[in-house]
Write a protein that binds this ligand. Structure first.
Ligand code: GLN
Length: 238
């Protein structure tokens, strides 16, 4: 039986700093190489979230753009929450990661409402964290790149996605990076993160296939180039 995964990209035009769209392309290719069919829907302001989404992706952007999507995201909150509770796989990076928490308070003290799917909130800090990052995850070390001034505090640090090896992560203080609840992954890692971290990409695919088809056995791929790129990125100075 041929398998099909519906990839949904939330705000691909507005929220796409540092090429986070690459995450969509990586997932698409890694599935197609394995004979899994991929259907893609791009969701902008005013569009509906497809109810049969299997994987939902979101990227980063500046505070002003986060404000621009705020009202539309609130409209989508119920369906996103329902899908998250149903175990739909989501990957939210930086700006969208912050908006999946309860709120983001900007440097001017303005509150941008989030949708509270992730148990966290973010306040703009004095320092901007910029540079290459390494995080330890259950799927191995992940090479990324961060650029944010938001300080994200998890309600419980046990909900973090990863431990910081190099970089600031959630807040530069508690050694945590990102958040994972059910299959909703939040991270500060741009890169795009999935391009140099095939094990994490496959974890998202495996979860989506397992949820839809009951079990998943992913055919191994040749990741020589991806792993070489990750190694080179990890050697780079901050
Ligand atoms: N407003 C955010 C911050 O600077 C998000 C930045 C981003 O998505 N790169 O904290």
């Amino acid at each position: 039986m041929s398998q099909e995964i519906h990839l949904v990209h939330l705000y691909p035009v507005l929220m796409n700093i540092y090429g986070d769209t690459g995450n969509r392309l990586v997932l698409q290719r890694r599935m197609e190489w394995r004979g899994i069919k991929v259907r893609t829907t791009l969701v902008e302001v005013g569009d509906d979230i497809p109810k049969d989404a299997d994987i939902i992706l979101g990227g980063g952007a500046q505070d002003a753009v986060q404000s621009a999507v705020e009202a539309d995201l609130q409209q989508k909150a119920d369906i996103l929450l329902k899908l998250a509770e149903d175990g739909v796989v989501m990957l939210m990076v930086c700006g969208m990661y912050q908006l999946f928490g309860r709120r983001f308070v900007t440097g001017e003290g303005r509150e941008i409402k989030g949708i509270g799917i992730l148990p966290l909130e973010t306040h703009a800090g004095q320092t901007r964290f910029i540079g290459n990052t390494i995080y330890r995850t259950p799927w191995g070390e992940v090479a990324g790149y961060e650029n944010h001034s938001g300080l994200t505090m998890l309600d419980d640090t046990a909900a973090c996605l990863a431990q910081v090896v190099k970089g600031a992560g959630n807040n530069g203080q508690d050694g945590t990076e990102g958040c994972l609840q059910r299959s909703v992954f939040g991270t500060y890692s741009h890169g795009p993160i999935l391009a140099k971290n095939p094990a994490l990409a496959d974890e998202l695919i495996r979860r989506a296939i397992e949820r839809k088809y009951g079990q998943a056995e992913l055919q191994p791929l040749d990741d020589t180039l991806e792993l070489r790129a990750a190694k080179a990125a990890m050697r780079r100075p901050r």
